[in-house]
Design a protein around this ligand. Structure first.
Ligand SMILES: [Cu+2]
Length: 165
């Protein structure tokens, strides 16, 4: 009896914990159809900043290409998919209609490249907090992604930008 009760409790706990982990992921992967989302995070913003960026990797284990076609979050008024382009040595952001997720490949959203752009933040993104972002894929559909807010490597970005001039 003394052994069975802790085992029963552990079993019951795992019933609650496992689905939670499957549905919400930070550093763990979150699966939607044949896609897996890993390494999601949003960059902390200074007070007064109205815009913020979020980053993640989408790995496609399926036999067909997919596309990230939209992102949305209650943290901002508007959310767009963006890319950085090198316009004669000046890094500029521009909106893109979608981000390709090739079959047996991955889409990498990272600083200085593709990103989720949150415009009109309702509050600054504080280091150590987190936001929920809904991603919409053309084939795999919708998925909610938990994104921890981190400071990121702003220093490295600055260095990179300087070198490109
Ligand atoms: Cu942007």
């Amino acid at each position: 009896m003394t052994l069975r009760i802790p085992l029963l409790i552990a079993g019951l706990l795992s019933l609650f914990i496992l689905p939670f982990h499957a549905a919400i992921a930070g550093s763990h992967g979150i699966k939607v159809g044949e896609l897996e989302i890993t390494g999601a995070w949003a960059r902390a913003t200074p007070p007064g900043s109205k815009n913020g960026g979020a980053f993640l990797t989408v790995t496609n284990r399926g036999m067909a290409a997919d596309k990230l076609i939209a992102a949305s979050t209650s943290a901002s008024k508007k959310t767009e998919l963006h890319n950085h382009i090198n316009d004669n040595g000046v890094m500029r952001m521009r909106q893109v209609p979608h981000i390709d997720v090739p079959m047996h490949g991955a889409a990498v959203l990272k600083p200085g490249s593709y990103h989720v752009m949150m415009m009109g933040l309702k509050a600054p993104l504080a280091d150590g907090s987190s936001i929920m972002v809904k991603l919409t894929f053309e084939k795999a559909g919708d998925v909610m992604v938990h994104m921890p807010v981190k400071k990121g490597n702003a220093g490295m970005m600055k260095k990179k930008m300087k070198h490109s001039h």
